[in-house]
Write a protein that binds this ligand. Structure first.
Ligand SMILES: Cc1cc2nc3c(=O)[nH]c(=O)nc-3n(C[C@H](O)[C@H](O)[C@H](O)COP(=O)(O)OP(=O)(O)OC[C@H]3O[C@@H](n4cnc5c(N)ncnc54)[C@H](O)[C@@H]3O)c2cc1C
Length: 594
């Protein structure tokens, strides 16, 4: 076992982690630990854009943006956080421009902007052009730009280090605080303990809970799982976004930019059905509404294709030159993966699991909360792993690339400033014991069940029962399967017993996080007897502000401890649900019409 000591340890090198690193590393000794090479992080797959009310191409302001974010999130958004994000958006884009990001330009040389779902002028009057973009490779450009700047600044990366535990200890004042993390090095199989004054989680999402997803194979919710096992609650996990336009049958994403640039959704009869569901902004309604409308067309028999199980995204009325300039990558995806030519044929699409609105709860300073009010000193989270609740129950397109930049920056500054003033906290005794027990437990097993089989069962039940439409019966069925999988996980076996590059072993560990998080998602959804944003209950179709305009907080009992890795302590016996009020500053909940 090796030990290291840094003032700040950042876990994750996606957009949020690297934006944090740029701030922290100029202020104090910082290490970035990442299970992927930084430039392979999922931020690089983001396509459509990053929004800010720059008003470069038409009138706009950050208050309209805030309103859209709050309404788009179906009023579960903490409005103080949304105000900060929308106000700081403008500088966040300009910072990236100064770092060298090649945004698309208007003929006058300003950053160009395009329409995206739910972004409107003057509180819903019409769609507004707010999304800044670099063709349909905006995330790629952000990730590369941040990485180049990190390299320039000499940020210290530990690549292919999987953080599998969070270390906490009680400080001199009797308050439990962050003390470091434990990581598994992929190349060697060695375990490393990192002592730190501040720990920033920036580990991204957990789309792999579902089978049909736009998310990369690596998005297994590790940061959420690690924190939860150590007693940190998870907030609003039942709110998962299903993006309307995944390639049918595959889930690979076709950016909403396709509709922002004029694409139209049609059913088997060729009808532009969104006119019925959102008469004002039609195909550019927020994602939850569009996804539900599509699923409804299919259910009511108006789906296209031999099995009538998808709808069509029609770009054929757009000029091929326009498609090539603005949507080159995603049209190539349609050709490559479905053999469809978007110039002349509509593209088969269906909703795909895309984004976790919930996560590790934080305040607007990105400090992690241990309950509704108290922070864990020294612990920070930003990006998709976190829930600062700027997205409420449904995130607007282009608000995540914004979130990771605004709150990533805030996390880097806050973590470094805390570290400058804080004393070192001692590491707990046997800091690596939990990870060691977990990893060796799996490696040492001689026979049992395969990771891929359990993962497939989990993902299939989540797709079938906890997707766009949910009912009490469907979710109870899912919980039954999850319970069974928790038991069977104790027998999971890997073929590769080696130490070097043992990805089999790490997939087994990741599966543990997925099972745990699937349970939290489903329990939260079962308890929320209303429909709001991405969470739609067929048995409770209305939004219920009296009983449910509040955040869900899920707590784990018992906590992971000694003997972790043994069947009894690996998963929560019980997940306790509590609630937290929503912060409302200026927008009272209204009926959500588009
Ligand atoms: C296909 C696709 C297209 C999208 N398009 C857009 C868009 O146009 N606009 C928009 O606003 N949003 C978009 N999104 C959403 C947005 O891209 C993500 O929410 C955002 O990029 C997440 O950034 P992040 O920094 O939080 O996480 P990520 O970029 O996912 O990075 C996570 C990092 O954590 C590390 N990590 C994870 N687990 C561990 C561990 N156990 N130990 C160590 N390191 C770990 C990984 O190595 C990685 O570096 C899109 C998402 C997808 C999937």
């Amino acid at each position: 076992m090796q030990t290291h000591k840094y003032d700040v340890v950042i876990v994750g090198a996606g957009g949020a982690g690297m934006r944090a690193a740029l701030e922290s590393s100029t202020r104090t000794r910082t290490a970035v630990l990442t299970k992927l090479y930084p430039t392979r992080s999922h931020t690089g797959a983001a396509q459509g854009g990053m929004c800010a009310a720059l008003a470069n191409v038409e009138e706009d302001n950050w208050e309209w943006h805030t309103f859209d974010t709050v309404k788009g999130g179906d009023y579960l958004v903490d409005q103080d956080a949304a105000e900060i994000m929308c106000r700081e958006a403008i500088d966040a884009v300009i910072d990236l421009e100064k770092m060298g990001l090649p945004f698309n330009r208007t003929p006058e040389g300003k950053i160009d902007q395009r329409r995206f779902g739910g972004h409107t002028r003057n509180h819903g009057e019409a769609a507004v052009r707010r999304s800044c973009f670099a063709a349909d490779r905006t995330g790629h450009m952000i990730l590369q730009t941040l990485y180049q700047n990190c390299v320039k600044q000499g940020v210290e990366f530990f690549n292919e280090f999987y953080v599998l535990d969070l270390l906490m200890n009680t400080g001199a004042d009797g308050v439990e605080r962050a003390a470091g993390v434990v990581a598994y090095e992929l190349a060697t199989g060695e375990i490393h303990v990192f002592q730190a004054k501040s720990v920033v989680f920036a580990t991204g999402g957990t789309g792999k809970v579902f089978k049909t997803t736009s998310n990369a194979h690596t998005l297994t919710g590790d940061g959420m799982g690690v924190a939860f096992r150590r007693g940190i609650p998870l907030e609003d996990m039942e709110f998962f976004q299903f993006h309307p336009t995944g390639l049918a049958g595959l889930g690979i994403l076709l950016s909403e930019a396709a509709r922002g640039e004029g694409g139209i959704l049609r059913n088997a009869d060729g009808e532009r059905f969104m006119e019925r569901y959102a008469p004002t902004i039609k195909d550019l309604a927020p994602r939850d509404i569009v996804a539900r409308s599509m699923a409804n067309e299919v259910r009511e028999g108006r789906g296209a294709g031999p099995n009538k199980d998808y709808v069509l995204l029609d770009l054929t009325h757009l000029e091929p030159a326009h498609i090539d300039a603005k949507l080159p990558d995603i049209t190539e995806f349609a050709r490559t993966y479905l053999g469809v030519e978007p110039y002349t044929e509509p593209v088969p699409v269906y909703p795909t699991a895309h984004y976790a609105m919930g996560g590790v709860p934080t305040n607007v300073e990105t400090e992690v909360l241990r309950n509704n009010t108290d922070v864990v000193p020294g612990l920070y989270a930003a990006g998709e792993v976190a829930c600062v609740s700027v997205h409420g129950s449904n995130r607007l397109g282009t608000n995540s690339l914004l979130d990771i930049n605004v709150f990533g920056r805030r996390a880097g500054i806050a973590a470094a400033e805390y570290a400058a003033n804080a004393a070192w906290v001692e590491l707990p005794a046997n800091p690596a014991s939990l990870v060691d027990g977990m990893v060796e437990g799996i490696r040492g097993r001689e026979s049992g069940e395969r990771v891929a089989d359990l993962r497939r069962e989990l993902q299939e039940t989540m797709d079938r029962n906890v997707q766009v439409f949910r009912t009490e019966a469907s979710m109870k069925e899912a919980l039954g399967v999850i319970d069974e999988l928790k038991e069977r996980y104790a027998n999971v076996v890997v073929q590769d017993k080696g130490r070097r590059y043992n990805t089999d072993l790490l997939e087994a560990v990741e599966l543990g996080f997925l099972i745990e998080l699937a349970e939290v998602i489903t329990l939260g959804a079962l308890a929320r007897k209303e429909s709001r944003g991405g969470h739609f209950r067929e048995d409770y179709e209305a939004r219920d502000d009296v009983n449910f305009m509040r955040h869900t907080m899920a707590y784990r009992a018992p906590l992971a401890g000694e003997g972790f890795g043994a069947e009894s302590a690996l998963f929560a016996d019980e997940v306790r649900l509590d609630y937290k009020p929503v912060t409302v500053t200026r927008y009272q909940p209204m009926e959500r019409k588009y």
